[in-house]
Every structure is written in structure tokens, then in C-alpha cells.
Design a protein around this ligand. Structure first.
Ligand SMILES: [Zn+2]
Length: 503
């Protein structure tokens, strides 16, 4: 099977479907509390014995979508991550409520989109960024309500524009035909030209997001009183949160990834779906509540120090207690955690109130999303006490070089799905899947000549990192906080100056 965990991990790994079945009993791993050992050490011992799912997801809601991770409610999806409520979507991450989309990052409610970053409610939008409610748009950035536009930036409700200039419908169509957008070689040239145009002619608001009230951070939509947060939708009263990609989250702090009707989450990673009052935990979802110091707990309530548990209540270290016993033990455990805290290899002390020590992370640093934002070398990671594991790729015999993939989709025949293709950038092997071929024919766009990971890395490279810099507005000089680093070439405006010129 494939798994997000490397083969040398200490814990057993089960297929997702088996993990969710009644064929094994999480309580059979239960253990008494040992008052002579730090409690976190006992949790770690339990985590090392309990089986994990090979890929994280709500198996019951995945239809013909075997190769996805951190996902639920998908139909016919392939290699998408951190994504939910999609149909026929392939490659990329943070894809929500979309249909027939390939190779995107952070899109919501989109249809037939390809190579888009941070786009919402778009239809047939290609190679575009930060666009909303656009149709038939190519290579455009920060456009809202536009249709039939090419290489535009900062446009509102315009149609038939090329490089921000208006054309008649006939002129527009003739030019687009001339641009030969079905050819890979030609697209590559346009990508460079249009991105240069955005950079030199675009006005950049210091912040990405719409319909907010009193927010700071970046990539925030439809939210209120959200501060120092990144990639948050439809939430209120949160601070230091990231990737709350499904909305309706309230009163959360230090919480990363997922969301969907959550409240009172504190120091939590990868949790959501009608879940509340969770602290110092990793992977808690599916109508769970009042959980602390737990890992991979679903549909449960009132659990402390549990690992890989479903549909239980009043458990400590996967052992069942009565409500009364449980309520008696919890204050004692917290006191014990403060009196006999966990000390990591670097001498760092973890008392009650701290998240799990990073040295206990089940994901090696270099394979985690942290590496995308704060890249470290193996040596640096080791010095900080973070784990590291190289992925050993299977060797494949290449049957087609990247330069032999036809330049246009109409010259590409069905046999391409049998080929093992060498990636243009990495030389590593990749394949084209049937749905990909089918959708590229609908897009009338050539097939990619690079690995899915290479494509995803390129998109991540174009998204601003979750870091705020103090800069001055390029127009009025007022101080702004922005994720555009000072050395970047874009002209960055405060909201007022941006609204005066653009909206
Ligand atoms: Zn200004």
C-alpha cells in the first residue's frame, strides 16, 4: 500500500478502510497510568503501538479516490491533498467544492480550472492567480467578475481585454487564436510575458482576501476578528491559525489545518468537522469534543492521552473509565505533568499546556509542509532535534522523454497513458492518468511535461509565505503589514490606496 509514513516508522500502519472497521479494537491497546513516568512518555509509548491509517481521511466519504490525503467527501479525485467536497479533481492542494479541475493550489468552488492559485468561483480559468468569479480567463491576476480576458491584472467586471486593453469580441478572438494557446512551447512564452506584466503594471493590495472585518495575516476571506492567520475562510475570533480551509470556525487559537464547524480549539493540528474544545492534540475530527493530549481520535468525547481511537468516551491512554473515575483522574494527571514533565533530547521541558514535543512528530521534517515554508537542511533539522527521512523512489524504466510528449493535445493519442515519462526538470518518472488526458482535451491545453510534485512546488513558490513584514505603502507611505517581503518587485499598496485605484 502507499502511505504518508515512511517504512521505518515504529508504529503499525493499516489501510484506511481497515482502520475504520470493527476488525480491530483500539481499547485492546489500553494501559494504566504509571505515576512514575512522565505522562507524555506514556502517550508516546501508546502512539508507537497503536495502528495508524496509511492516509488520513474519512474513508466512508471517499469514492474512487484512493490516492488522496487529508481529505473527505471526494469523488473520482487523484493526488489532491488537504481538500474536500470535490469531484474529478486531480493534483494540487487546498481544493474545495470544485469540479473538473487539475493542478491548482487553494481554489474554492471552481469548475474546469487549470494551474490556478487562490481563485474562487471561477470557470474555465487557466494559469491565473487571485481571481474571483471569472470565466474564460487566461494568465490573469487579481481580476473579479471578468470574462474572456488574457494577461490582465486588477480588472473588475471587464470582458475581452488583453494586457488590460479592451478589444471588440472579434478582435479578441482573432488575437487569442494567434497566441496559439494549445501549444506548450507557446504557453511557456506567454507565462513569462504575462507574469512580467503583472509585476510591472499591477497594484498589489498588502493582503489577499475579500469580505473581511478586522483581520490581519494573509489569504483570509469572509471572516471577522481574525489576526495573524493565514489561509482562513468564513471564521471569526481566531488568532495564530492556518489552513482553516473549510469555514465556520470560532474562538480558536494556535490551530492549523482543516476546520469545518469547530470551536474552542487550542494548540491543535489537523482537526475539524464539528469538533470542539480540543487542546494539545493532533488529528482530532468527526464530531469529537473535550479531547486533550490525543492523537488520531475520531467521533469521541472526553478523552485524554489517547491514540488511534474511534467512537469512545471517558478514555485515558486508550483505557475505558467511568465518568466519575475520569473526572477524578484528569486534575491528577495535569498535576503529574507539571511535577514530572517530559524533557526532550535537547533538554526542553514540556509541562501541561504545551503541544507534543516536535521530536515526537510522526512526520519527518523534510516531508512535512513546514519544509515548504521554512526549508532546513538535514544538518539544521538534526541540530534542532527534528526528524528526517529520505524517500527512496522506485526505479522505473523510462519509455518516453518529456520532449516527445506532443506539443498540443489534439496530436496526443490515448497511448500516452501507458508511457512512463521522464520529467523535464527532475528526470524522474511520472505518468498521465486517463482523467487527466480527458480533461486536457476539454481544456484544449497540452499535457504537462513535469512531475506533479514539481508543478506543486512551483505553485507553492508563487504563494506568499506565512510571514508578515512591516513595509510602507508605495503610494501614501503609511505603515503596512504584508506578506510581500521588502525585496520583492511588486508595488504594494495599503487598502485605502489600492481601493482608490483599483476597486
Ligand atoms: Zn496607501
Amino acid at each position: 500500500m502507499i502511505s504518508l509514513y515512511p517504512p521505518n516508522t515504529p508504529f503499525p500502519v493499516y489501510q484506511q478502510k481497515y482502520w475504520w472497521s470493527d476488525k480491530w479494537d483500539p481499547l485492546s491497546y489500553g494501559k494504566e497510568i504509571n505515576w512514575n513516568e512522565p505522562f507524555l512518555k506514556q502517550i508516546q509509548e501508546l502512539r508507537n503501538r497503536t495502528p495508524r491509517m496509511n492516509l488520513i481521511g474519512l474513508h466512508q466519504t471517499l469514492e474512487n479516490s484512493e490516492y488522496v490525503n487529508m481529505a473527505h467527501n471526494l469523488k473520482n479525485c487523484y493526488l489532491i491533498f488537504n481538500s474536500d467536497y470535490n469531484e474529478n479533481c486531480l493534483y494540487g492542494s487546498e481544493i474545495e467544492s470544485s469540479k473538473d479541475c487539475i493542478d491548482n493550489l487553494m481554489i474554492d468552488s471552481c469548475t474546469l480550472c487549470y494551474e490556478c492559485i487562490n481563485c474562487n468561483k471561477c470557470y474555465k480559468t487557466f494559469f491565473s492567480e487571485d481571481c474571483n468569479e471569472c470565466n474564460d480567463v487566461y494568465f490573469s491576476k487579481d481580476c473579479i467578475g471578468c470574462n474572456n480576458c488574457f494577461g490582465c491584472v486588477n480588472l473588475r467586471k471587464k470582458s475581452h481585454h488583453i494586457f488590460n486593453k479592451p478589444y471588440t469580441r472579434e478582435e479578441y478572438e482573432a488575437r487569442i487564436k494567434e497566441y496559439n494557446l494549445s501549444s506548450r512551447a507557446s504557453l511557456r512564452g506567454w507565462q513569462k510575458k504575462t507574469q512580467d506584466f503583472w509585476e510591472t503594471k499591477g497594484k498589489y493590495k498588502h493582503f489577499h482576501g475579500l469580505q473581511n472585518d478586522d483581520v490581519s495575516g494573509d489569504y483570509i476571506n469572509n471572516s471577522k476578528n481574525i489576526h495573524n492567520c493565514f489561509i482562513v475562510r468564513g471564521s471569526k475570533n481566531c488568532k495564530y491559525c492556518m489552513w482553516l480551509i473549510v469555514g465556520n470556525n470560532e474562538d480558536c487559537y494556535d490551530y492549523a489545518q482543516f476546520g469545518q464547524n469547530t470551536e474552542l480549539m487550542y494548540e491543535v493540528m489537523q482537526a475539524g468537522y464539528q469538533t470542539s474544545n480540543v487542546k494539545f492534540s493532533y488529528l482530532v475530527a468527526a464530531m469529537s469534543s473535550s479531547i486533550e493530549y490525543s492523537d488520531s481520535v475520531y467521533g469521541s468525547s472526553n478523552c485524554f492521552g489517547c491514540s488511534n481511537l474511534r467512537d469512545k468516551e471517558y478514555c485515558i491512554l486508550n483505557k475505558q473509565y467511568s465518568k466519575e473515575e475520569y473526572n477524578e483522574f484528569i486534575p491528577k494527571i495535569k498535576k503529574h505533568m507539571n511535577e514530572k514533565p517530559y524533557v526532550d533530547k535537547k533538554g526542553r521541558v514540556y509541562k501541561y499546556g504545551e503541544f507534543f514535543p516536535i521530536e515526537l512528530s510522526v512526520i519527518p521534517y523534510n516531508q512535512s509542509s513546514a519544509q515548504d515554508f521554512y526549508p532546513l537542511s538535514e544538518k539544521d533539522a538534526e541540530e534542532k532535534g527534528y526528524s528526517w527521512s529520505e524517500i527512496k523512489l522506485t526505479e522505473h524504466e523510462i519509455s518516453l522523454s518529456f520532449d516527445k510528449i506532443p506539443d498540443t493535445i489534439d496530436k496526443t493519442d490515448d497511448t500516452i497513458i501507458k508511457e512512463v515519462i521522464a520529467c523535464r526538470e527532475s528526470g524522474k518518472a511520472f505518468r498521465i492518468v486517463p482523467d487527466e488526458l480527458r480533461l486536457h482535451r476539454v481544456f484544449n491545453l497540452p499535457l504537462p511535461d513535469c512531475l506533479p510534485e514539481v508543478r506543486q512546488k512551483r505553485r507553492i513558490g508563487r504563494r506568499n509565505k506565512p510571514v508578515l513584514y512591516n513595509r510602507a505603502c508605495a503610494k501614501c507611505g503609511k505603515g503596512i503589514q504584508t506578506s510581500y517581503a521588502s525585496e520583492r518587485p511588486e508595488v504594494v499598496y495599503c487598502e485605502q490606496c489600492y481601493n482608490a485605484e483599483v476597486v
